[in-house]
Ligand binder design. Structure first.
Ligand SMILES: Nc1ncnc2c1ncn2[C@@H]1O[C@H](COP(=O)(O)OP(=O)(O)OP(=O)(O)O)[C@@H](O)[C@H]1O
Ligand SMILES: [Mg+2]
Length: 350
């Protein structure tokens, strides 16, 4: 069975084709991605209307490129999957509209996928896929959550951020330091040349006794520090970047270890854009190795948004008998959609 996946929730247009059998992990046949980062950079952040319009321009050429790379005609597609939410409403509507139009034209069912379920299951596309059950640390631009994952569609929220996401903490701190958008990778690169102990920054909620996160205060502390430095900021930027990254990574590390301890599980899956952070990977790897815990990551290029994770999540849902793929093409999107609600008995379409 071939599942075409379309991702358009924010500033990346992603399309992918996944091949799936009755058992065994689905396999990525081809994928293509267009990032809008260069377009939004001039504004220092995502401009929703520009994002929607660019998705319209990109999605069909990307779909054609994917089918041609996989050497498959349109008629071979069995299910069309798309990101139904959460994300920007206008951007989501592009993927949903194209998926439903394709489904209707081909007479094939469509399946709306939860964007975070895509991130969560993206490590199954790697050469070293995890096995259930595991603790998942979902760290993206808009979300920071620890989940207990017992299987496809079996997610329990253990803790989440009460304000900013880890990616936002990276991005907003980077912006304060005058780095380009999105700042996470830039800040991480600058941090490599800096001293992580140079500035004492807060580790919010580190000792809260629960698995929740808070990053808004950290951003304020970085701002205060930057103001204090004044003209000296330029010369101390790498130190401030390293200290900021250390604070974020420290909290993510300690809370992940606490989640592992609390659940008694011996596997950790890290997903989402911040999962590409080298310092985070190194520290998680070292701490988990000491505890006999296996850590799994998505391939580096599949940490941020892409169509492969959406096609994969759809294929794994269908394999698990969840879906359901629908031949009702009256789509809707869910800009706000808690992942834990997938475990409830809410209808996929309604
Ligand atoms: N090497 C890195 N170090 C730190 N942060 C990074 C790195 N690479 C990417 N990021 C951050 O990852 C985030 C983007 O990740 P992702 O694409 O998963 O998020 P999103 O799709 O915008 O948000 P969501 O999935 O919550 O809707 C940005 O905040 C970016 O700065
Ligand atoms: Mg994302």
């Amino acid at each position: 069975m071939f599942v075409l996946g379309i991702e358009s929730s924010c500033d990346e247009t992603g399309v992918a084709l996944v091949e799936s059998g009755a058992s065994g992990l689905p396999r990525l046949a081809a994928h293509a991605l267009h990032s809008q980062i260069a377009m939004h950079q001039a504004y220092g952040g995502v401009v929703p209307e520009l994002a929607s319009r660019d998705h319209i321009r990109r999605v069909l050429p990307l779909a054609q490129a994917v089918l041609s790379e996989a050497g498959r005609p349109l008629a071979d597609i069995d299910v069309v999957a798309y990101t139904r939410g959460p994300g920007l409403a206008g951007a989501l509507l592009v993927g949903a509209g194209v998926a439903c139009a394709l489904g209707a034209a081909l007479g094939k069912p469509v399946l709306g996928v939860h964007h975070l379920e895509g991130h969560l299951l993206s490590p199954f596309l790697s050469a070293d896929p995890p096995e259930f059950p595991f603790v998942a640390l979902l760290v993206s631009g808009g979300h920071t959550q620890l989940m207990r994952v017992d299987g496809v569609g079996r997610y329990e929220l253990l803790g989440e951020t009460i304000d900013d996401a880890a990616g936002e903490a990276f991005d907003k701190s980077a912006k304060l330091m005058g780095l380009p958008y999105p700042g996470g990778p830039w800040l991480a690169k600058l941090a490599e040349e800096g001293d992580a102990t140079a500035f004492k920054l807060p580790r919010p909620l580190l000792h809260s006794g629960d698995l929740d996160f808070s990053f808004a205060g950290l951003k304020t502390a970085v701002l205060t520090q930057a103001r204090k430095l004044g003209a000296e900021l330029e010369a101390r930027k790498a130190d401030l970047a390293a200290s900021t990254q250390a604070a974020i990574v420290d909290v993510l590390l300690k809370k992940s270890l606490a989640a592992i301890e609390r659940t008694g599980l011996d596997r950790l899956v890290v997903a989402g854009g911040v999962g590409a952070n080298r310092a985070l990977r190194e520290q998680l790897d070292a701490a988990c190795a000491k505890r006999g815990v296996r850590v799994h990551y998505p391939e580096l290029h599949l940490c941020t948004d892409n169509g492969a994770m959406i096609a994969m999540a759809a294929a794994m849902r269908l394999q698990a008998g969840l879906g359901p793929a629908s031949e009702r093409y009256a789509f809707d999107v869910k800009p706000r959609w808690p992942l834990a609600s997938l475990c409830a008995t809410e209808p996929q379409f309604g």
